[in-house]
Design a protein around this ligand. Sequence first.
Ligand SMILES: Nc1ncnc2c1ncn2[C@@H]1O[C@H](COP(=O)(O)OP(=O)(O)OP(=O)(O)O)[C@@H](O)[C@H]1O
Ligand SMILES: [Mg+2]
Length: 397
Amino acid sequence: MNPDPASTNAASSSTGAGSNGAAPQSNRNRTKKEAVTAQSGRSGGPSRPRYTYDAGEVLGNGSFGVVSEARCLETGETVAIKKVLQDPRYKNRELDIMKMLRHPNVVELKDYFYTEKPGGEKGESEKFLNVVMEFIPDTVYRVMKTFVRNSQHMPMILTKLYTYQMCRALGYLHTIGVCHRDIKPQNLLVDTKTHTLKICDFGSAKKLIPGEQSVAYICSRYYRAPELMLGATEYTTAIDIWSIGCVMGELMLGRPLFAGETSVDQLVKIIQTMGTPSRDQMQAMNPNYTEFRFPDVKPRPWNRIFHPGVTPDALDLLSKLLRYEPQERVKPYEALAHHFFDELRDVNTRLPGGGTLPPLFDVTEAEMQQIPPPMREKVIPSWYSQMHPTGPTGTSG
Ligand SMILES: Nc1ncnc2c1ncn2[C@@H]1O[C@H](COP(=O)(O)OP(=O)(O)OP(=O)(O)O)[C@@H](O)[C@H]1O
Ligand SMILES: [Mg+2]
């Protein structure tokens, strides 16, 4: 092990803030208020400066850890801290992956430190990893719920913005071999001022190595790709593409597209909409399961499933994301060129409240290389290249 010198100094304390009305009212499902002060060093070298965090309200109480809002006393910046139990025998894969990542649509790791809960009389002490991230106030799940509560469909421009940014983030992750494996509305952070989206929760993420096996029991059920339900263990990053297809469908529907009650029922729900997979499609999902028998169901046309405001170009993209054959699903960087996103490339497009769109075209040279050459001019609008003549698009033409 390589103990973090800052972590040994970490101190924690509870304020014991009252639960009856002490916490400010908000639309979040905040359960309790806990204050933790800890000293740490930001990642990046032995001489890194120490920072102190004053933890506030709990933002999420997930299956793996507790996420709290916190304030960095030295910089005054608001951060989110995810605290997870750390088995001292293993490295934390979530942290290792987050350290590698840097993209405008992926939540930024700012720092990390360790804290310890002393053991009781016979119990051993427990070690916790605290992952410090930029704080993004909302999630796609909460934004969607607000529209549903008001009996409204989400404006199509938001569906475009969220789907586009999910594709861009996945394009980046998949290029470096990282499969997220838990894409769902709760793991998509949103800054509702600009509708910038950032993928979070790398607790299930893994760098997939071709030929190496991975567990099939992964990803939240509604967003789980059919090959996982069929027990495939040599799946690819295409499982994430299926998930974003499910999220896109949910954004337009206002409820999960395929809401299975069990893993088997999940497959049934998919078949009820997309029809029974052919033998070839079964073979593509899991070569060992071609003898599986399903009742013969015809596919339902996508336009019967959504409200009339859902345009044919939206359904065209959706059908390219939700293909049974994993290798046939559209690649994220190719999806960016789809005409469904043309409105985002129009210089006059504004957010529903009149604000400007978040940055969508600030691609790095590395990202540009991944976009198939014929699609590059389509993905980056000419007005943007003219405004940024030194960027990867400006220099290429
Ligand atoms: N950087 C952040 N800024 C603001 N809120 C965040 C941030 N990261 C996470 N959250 C909130 O905390 C919730 C839980 O975080 P995360 O998904 O990383 O934890 P988890 O324990 O893996 O959760 P689950 O098991 O439920 O997926 C998120 O759904 C989101 O609401
Ligand atoms: Mg999560």
